[in-house]
Structures are given as structure tokens and as C-alpha cells.
Design a binder for this molecule. Sequence first.
Ligand code: BES
Ligand code: MN
Ligand code: ZN
Length: 490
Amino acid sequence: MLTVQLSASNPAETGTPLLAIALMENPSLAGIAAIDTASSGALARTFEMKDFRGGRDETLHLTGIAKGPRRLLLVGMGAVTDKLASLKRAASLAARQGQKLGVGELVFYAGQINADETEAVTAGLIAGAWEYNELKSATPESEARKPLERATILTSNTDDTRRGLSNGQAVGSGQSLARRLAMMPGNLCTPDYLAEVARELGEKHKLEVNVMGRSDLEAEGMGSFLAVAQGTPQDPKLITLHYDGGGKSAKPIVLIGKGLCFDSGGISIKPAQGMEMMKFDMCGAAGVLGAMEAIASMKLKVNVIGMIGATTNMPSGTAINPGDVVKSHFGKYIEIINTDAEGRLVLADLLSYARKFEPSVVVDAATLTGAVVIALGHTATGVFGTDEALVTEILAAGRKAGEPGWPLPLWDEYKDLIKSDVADVKNSGGRPAGAVTAALFLKEFVDGFPWIHLDIAGTAYSESDLVTIPKGPTGVPVGTFLEFVRGRAR
Ligand code: BES
Ligand code: MN
Ligand code: ZN
């Protein structure tokens, strides 16, 4: 992960290979006159000629600066309405450019910034520098560009800004962990591996970690989770992590993540085109691990339990078949119409099991349906909840994290779609309102606690390069989980 530090030095006097300057629309020399002098008036001419207007995501790279920084990178923020979001985005863009330029390190300047702004910039820099290249052979020395290893934020170095820095690092390490796990191919990021990572987090932050395997799930009567796992020889894992920051008597927040390390669809197999993307079907689980990392790093005063249901969905002679009926942990019988609607089967048993923790609230995140992508595209997470105030609370958390969500209905009127001829409920309601019927299915297994379901199928990863995020995992839902928990911490 990128190392980020603070420095109160003068931007014109740093000998950095790259000074990134974040600027609003129609920039002036206010606050950067010394850099203009160091660049022999290049900045003033650039602004005057309107070669850089400070538009959102606009960048301009100036090289050959005689004194101080060797190059300048102007990063536009447009007309800033949400300063934290704009700074974070500009920082991401700067780090991503720094990574592409091969400069090794950079300095980021946006004028004097406060603690929250320092947090946003830190998290943005780390996110923008993020790459996954563990599986690429090293490039020959002659062609190698220097990976971006360090960034320095110019601002006053006070207790406040240092707290912002360390919070930003916590966000950054949680998101980086989640993105790394998501990007890892399914043959490496297995249920076993997720359990190993959970245990490592446990060691690092002194969390109690429990890992249940197939025989434990059998003993618990988790027929729904096991139905998904019966097609794979890999041992399924139900992983729980306990973070106790809130004192003995406080009820825990439970975070649940869908951890399908690969979803082929099972007997209801998916088309080959794009099937490789289904390694991302564990982004909910990665989000739980990333959030636990961030929450523990921040030492938030709150109790949180993370739960992950990890397995793969495979066709085989032992796999579950369409038409089969299984008994869930909750006790309800489920008719499995479509083996590709597997995430809800795993989550059903986790939601039921969560009752034993007497949660104050349960939030699950899952790449659950293609239907939510049709409804909301790749811009908003689908949000469902049993309680309107809670929905408002999670929407605010998502907005704050830069991970917007949008509410969808959980109305009983849709329940007919998942009525079974032979069992209590069926696992697929077909195409109409697919994200809603999936959520309603989950609700069948929710009892005794307020509950939120986040369908992140459209937002957890991107199938194309975005301005600040390369093709692949976005870090969603780490920020939403974290801001929600933060909002409830003492
Ligand atoms: N993991 C998929 C959902 C998904 C689709 C995530 C596209 C990301 C991108 C899920 O397990 C699934 O296959 N859902 C089915 C449900 C259907 C069979 C009722 C779907 O959405 O097609
Ligand atoms: Mn599926
Ligand atoms: Zn799936």
C-alpha cells in the first residue's frame, strides 16, 4: 500500500519529481504564486491561455520546471459542491497519474486542509495508487517504471491533520485489502484463503475469529448453505470475526458478506461469455474483511461482528439440481428453482445464524442479482431495509463514503413471485423485479433484528477502466460499512 505522510513545507520548495496541485474551476494564482515563480511564469500563462480551466477530472502535466518540483500536475475539481468528495477524487486521479508516469513518489497540494480533508486526500491517494500486479512477472529493468511508493500531503502537521491521516490510512488499508481479495483469481482466493486472511486479521487486531467447515455446517443444520456447497470438493467456510470496541453490554452490529469465490451458476450454468467476472462474486465478503480491518485500525468504540459465507457454486454429479428442496437453518423449506440463485441460499443461513449474536442491526452486502444492474446500472447500490430510518441512515453512510445507494421496495405485494408449489418458498422469482424478489427471499430468514440488504452486483466492480479506478474491484462496500459503523460508534 502507498505510504502517505504529511509535511508543512512550502510547495515551491519541494524537490519532488511530481507536485500535484488540486484546483477548482477557473483557477487563479492565489496560494500558488511561489510555484508560478519557480516555473518562470508557466502557470500564469497556462491559466491566461485557458490551457487549463480546472474542470472536473481535467489534468495538465507541465515538465521542465527549473526550480523546486521537477514537474507539475494540475488536477481540476470543477465547481466544488462537496469538497471532501472533490479532494478525494483529485487525490485519486493524481496518484493514478503518478503511478502511470513512473515517478516513484509525489507531493499533493490543495492549499491548507483540515482533518477530514486530510482523511479524504489520504484515502484518495491510496485508492488511486492501488494496483494488482502480484501475478505479473517483473518487467525488465530498462522498461520498468517506478511504482508509486510514497505520497506527501502538504498541510500543517498538527494533531488534527495527523488524526485525519491515520483515519485515511485505515480506510485505505481496508479498501486495498478488499480490492486485492476481489481481484485475486478464484483458484487462489478460495474459501480456505479467505479464512486464512480472517485469521491474520484476527492476529493483527486481536479479534476472535471462528471458522466453521462442512461438518460444522451439517451439525448446525445449514441445509441451504450446504446445498450450494455440495457441488464443490472445496470445504465451505462460515467465518466470523468479533471486534469488541464497545464494551460488554452493547449489542453488536453484524456485517454479512456473500463470499462466492466463483459462481459458475451450478447445474443452471451461466453462459461462457463473461463468466470469468464471477470471481468477483465474493465482493461482499471482501467488503466485510476490509471493513473489519478499517474499523479495528480506527479503534472505533463499538462492537462489530463480521460474518462471511464462502464457497463456490459448481456443476457436478453431487451438485444440487433444480427442483430439489432443502431445509434451511431457520427451519423453512426452500425449493431450488435455479441453482444460479445461490447467494441468497448462503445468506439465508447466515441471517438465521446471526440471531444468536442478538444484533442491534444486521447489514448484508452481496453481488446478488443481475437485475439490480438493470435497475440501477453501475452507479448506485440497491438498498433494501425493514426500517425506513435505517434505510436513511445507510444511504447517508454510502453518500459520505462516495458509494451512493438507492432504495428499492421490499413490499409484500411481490411475495407471490417466490411462492413455491411444494415448499415454503422458492429461490427464484424469475426476471420481473429480480433484485426485489431476491431481497424478499432473504427477508424470509430475518427475525428479531432490524436489517439492511445491499445489492452491490453493479457497484462492487467495474468491467471497464474508470477515471480513478482501473477495470476491476472498486472497494464497494467497504466505505458504506465503515461509515455506517462509525456513525454508531460511541
Ligand atoms: N452472482 C450472481 C449475480 C450477478 C450477476 C452479480 C451479474 C454480478 C453481475 C448471482 O448469483 C446470480 O447468478 N443471480 C441470478 C439470479 C437468477 C437466477 C434468479 C441472476 O441475477 O441472473
Ligand atoms: Mn449465481
Ligand atoms: Zn452469485
